[in-house]
Design a protein around this ligand. Structure first.
Ligand code: HEM
Ligand code: HEM
Length: 132
C-alpha cells in the first residue's frame, strides 16, 4: 500500500477512536449536545479519510504525486482546526464558531485538491515506464 494511504488510514483510525469516545460519552451521559462533533469526527475523520486512503491504494500512480501530500496536509489541518472547535462550541463555547468556519474552509480546500488529483491525468510510475 502506498505510504500516503498508510498515512490516511493511520490518521483515520485516530479520528475513529476519538469519534467513538465522544459517542460513548454521549451514550453514557445521556447528554447528546455534541452530536454534530461526534457525527463529523466519524464521517470526516474516519469514513472520508479512509475513502481517500483507499483511492490512493487503488491508484498508486496518483499516490506518488506531491499533490497527494498537499491534499493530506490541507485536509487534516482543516479537521484539526474544525473538529475540536466544533466539540467545544457545542459544549457552550459559542465564541469558537469562527474557528469552526475557518476549519471547514480549510477542509473544503483539501477536498478541492483531491478533486484536482482525481481529474488529473494518470501518470505512469517511473519503474513501470522503464519496463514498458
Ligand atoms: C462506540 C460507537 C458509537 C457510539 C456509542 C455512538 C453513539 C451515538 C449517540 C449517543 C448518538 C446521538 C443519537 C441521538 O441523539 O439521536 C449518535 C449519533 C450519530 N452517530 Fe454515533 N456512535 C458510535 C459510532 C458511530 C460511528 C462509527 C459513526 C459513523 C461512521 C457514527 C455516526 C453517527 C451520526 C451520523 C450520528 C447523528 C445521527 C443523526 O443526525 O440523527 N456513530 N451516535
Ligand atoms: C466541511 C465539511 C462539512 C461541513 C461544514 C458540514 C456542516 C454541517 C452542518 C452545519 C450540519 C448541521 C448540524 C446541526 O444541525 O447541528 C451538518 C450535519 C450533518 N452532516 Fe455535515 N458538514 C460537512 C461534511 C460532512 C460530510 C463529509 C458528511 C458525511 C460523510 C456529513 C454528514 C452530516 C450528517 C450525517 C449530518 C447530520 C448529523 C448532525 O445532526 O450533526 N457532513 N453538517
Amino acid at each position: 500500500m502506498p505510504s500516503i494511504s498508510q498515512l490516511f488510514f493511520k490518521t483515520a483510525v485516530i479520528w475513529l477512536l476519538i469519534g467513538l469516545a465522544v459517542g460513548l460519552q454521549m451514550g453514557m451521559s445521556g447528554n447528546h449536545t455534541v452530536i454534530a462533533a461526534h457525527a463529523h469526527i466519524n464521517l470526516l475523520g474516519w469514513v472520508t479519510s479512509s475513502i481517500f486512503g483507499g483511492y490512493y491504494a487503488l491508484n498508486p500512480a496518483k499516490a506518488n504525486k506531491r499533490l497527494a501530500m498537499v491534499h493530506y496536509a490541507l485536509y487534516m489541518l482543516g479537521l484539526v482546526v474544525m473538529l475540536p472547535a466544533l466539540y467545544f462550541m457545542e459544549r457552550g463555547m459559542s465564541q469558537l464558531e469562527p474557528v469552526v468556519g475557518i476549519g471547514s474552509l480549510i477542509t473544503f480546500a483539501g477536498v478541492l485538491v483531491f478533486a484536482v488529483v482525481i481529474f488529473s491525468r494518470e501518470s505512469v510510475p517511473l519503474h513501470q515506464a522503464s519496463r514498458a
